[in-house]
Design a protein around this ligand. Structure first.
Ligand code: ZN
Length: 186
């Protein structure tokens, strides 16, 4: 007999772990920033390529954060669509008004192994690209973006942490209303 078990991450836990992650991530990104500055010269001088005004820089920065947020959910969705048997039609997008956050929800179960990939891909992609851009240009805003994309993936990291004890073949799906998931235990 198999039973469905809900694992909900409470708002208090989310807040607490997000704060802890904020400081860990801050230390990591600040270290990368300073070590890079001392270690080598930028390969590409960003300001000489794009001689943009301060206003354009600010607008671009916030646009990248906004579109990065959409891309984050889209990446979750692409991997959900690849891994679930019924494809795109099981995937829903929405906005959590209270948290001012977008979400992507898949109602078809997938294996924990695939769920981990779904959770980690937006972080790898968005943090990866901005970090590479920072490393080659040493342009401060790229490391700031990288840090922000990492921080906005904190929920996914917390989720990954809570999955550590589940076996990789266990079937799991998003919780329909709360932050968390439902897995099927034998
Ligand atoms: Zn996410």
């Amino acid at each position: 007999m198999s039973t469905e078990i809900s694992h909900i991450i409470s708002k208090e836990d989310l807040k607490l772990y997000s704060r802890i992650l904020f400081f860990i991530e801050l230390v990591i990104f600040a270290s990368i920033y300073y070590l890079t500055k001392f270690a080598f010269e930028p390969f590409v001088i960003w300001d000489s390529i794009l001689n943009l005004s301060a206003q354009i820089k600010v607008i671009s920065f916030f646009s990248i954060i906004f579109f990065g947020g959409i891309l984050h959910e889209l990446i979750h969705a692409i991997f959900f669509a690849v891994f679930n048997k019924r494809g795109w039609k099981m995937i829903k997008f929405g906005v959590k008004i209270k948290l001012l956050a977008l979400y992507c929800h898949c109602s078809e179960p997938i294996s924990v192994k695939h769920y981990r990939i779904v959770a980690v891909m937006p972080l790898l992609f968005l943090v990866g690209i901005t970090l590479i851009l920072f490393l080659v240009t040493q342009y401060f805003w790229f490391i700031l973006l990288s840090f922000l994309f990492c921080f906005t993936s904190s929920g996914d990291l917390i989720l990954l942490f809570t999955l550590r004890k589940l076996s990789k073949e266990t079937l799991i799906k998003d919780h329909h209303s709360e932050v968390g998931y439902i897995y099927i235990a034998d």
